[in-house]
Design a protein around this ligand. Structure first.
Ligand SMILES: C[S@@+](CC[C@H](N)C(=O)[O-])C[C@H]1O[C@@H](n2cnc3c(N)ncnc32)[C@H](O)[C@@H]1O
Length: 341
């Protein structure tokens, strides 16, 4: 039994769509930009290789919540026998949907023949798929389906699945490495944006930095008590940053912020305070979005009981279900779920 979304759920859906749209428009290759290899690699790629090995050539595949198409990109590579493990050309027909507008740069660079076999559909919710019943030989999703309202999204994916079609999913696990890293990164972003953090203290330095572009400006700064106080606060933030950087896990966000602040200072000197101020606001907004996405990741990650509940939703149509933890060395990278009739 599915239910209609509440007003609050609809608000969150709109915000989610806007935040992810900005993320993918920034050219990110996948949702954890900076923290993982381009296509997540390792255990996740092996899982998909195993799934695709059972597919018949020419099959139709639907990827739900595709983002910038990390999974279609991998499957497309497999389909061409480009990644080892599959020799034959699978000639897959792939449709990929996402709530956000999506048209990845890598897809735009494909030959026209490949583009017709691999279609992206932005602005599409997993809960309301624009496809006729019984179309797809496989429905897949990588770190995507769990963001949707599961009862409604599962009803939809079962509707569009062909009678013999299978489902394969990689899902966030509540005890996984991405979730642990998300907590660390959220704490870092919280600090970066706090009053004594790197961003506000760097912002206070933009006007003095612009002034320091000329010898006369530098001379007047030397005796400016206010500018000296700003410099002290910024130096204290840099000290605190070094302390945080001493623990490498989840520190990418700090490294990136540090590099961005250096760029802002150069911009203040070359283009003036107003231009640097505008760039500062964009950086702050990007970090606020990243915090929102990480929080969303933690909320949507499935604890064992929630993963079992998802299996229960699939089981009436797809009784053969496999649910395992994807292990990458010592790390839990998420759930791997396969379901077939
Ligand atoms: C963590 S990203 C995963 C993207 C991609 N599958 C990957 O592996 O990199 C989650 C994606 O889910 C999308 N999304 C969230 N809720 C959705 C929904 N209800 N329907 C469709 N897509 C949704 C977001 O827009 C975002 O692109």
């Amino acid at each position: 039994m599915t239910h209609e979304p509440t007003e609050e759920q609809e608000d969150r859906r709109r915000q989610r769509q806007a935040v992810w749209a900005r993320h993918w428009a920034s050219g990110a290759v996948h949702s954890c930009a900076g923290s993982y290899d381009d296509t997540y690699g390792g255990a996740i790629a092996s899982f998909w290789r195993g799934v695709a090995a059972a597919w018949a050539p020419g099959g139709r595949v639907l990827d739900i919540a595709t983002g910038s198409g990390a999974l279609p990109r991998l499957l497309h590579g497999l389909s061409h026998g480009m990644l080892h493990g599959l020799a034959a050309d699978l000639a897959l027909q792939l449709d990929a949907v996402d709530l956000a507008p999506v048209q990845p740069a890598w897809w735009q660079a494909l030959p026209a023949a490949d583009q017709t076999r691999l279609r992206f559909h932005g602005g599409v919710a997993a809960e309301a798929l624009p496809f006729a019943d019984g179309q797809f030989d496989a429905v897949v999703s990588q770190y995507g389906l769990e963001y949707a309202d599961l009862p409604r999204a599962v009803a939809e994916l079962l509707r569009v699945r062909a009678p013999r079609g299978q489902v394969a999913l990689v899902l966030h696990h509540a005890a996984s490495r991405p979730v642990t890293l998300a907590a660390v990164e959220m704490a870092h972003i919280g600090w970066l944006r706090s009053a004594e953090g790197l961003l506000p203290t760097a912002r206070a330095m933009l006007a003095p930095m612009a002034q320091a572009a000329t010898p006369a400006g530098r001379a007047s700064l030397a005796a400016n008590v206010n500018a000296i106080a700003r410099r002290k606060r910024f130096n204290a933030a840099q000290e605190a940053l070094l302390g945080r950087l001493s623990v490498p896990d989840g520190a990418d966000v700090l490294q990136e912020a540090r590099a961005a602040v250096h760029q802002l200072f150069a911009q203040a000197q070359q283009q003036g305070g107003a231009a640097a101020e505008a760039a500062w606001s964009a950086l702050d907004a990007a970090l606020a979005d990243a915090h929102w996405r990480l929080d969303e990741l933690r909320r949507c990650a499935l604890a064992p009981a929630a993963a079992q509940h998802l299996c229960d939703l699939l089981r009436p149509a797809l009784p053969h279900i496999g649910l395992t933890v994807l292990q990458e060395g010592p790390h839990n990278m998420g759930w791997a779920l396969t379901a077939r009739p």
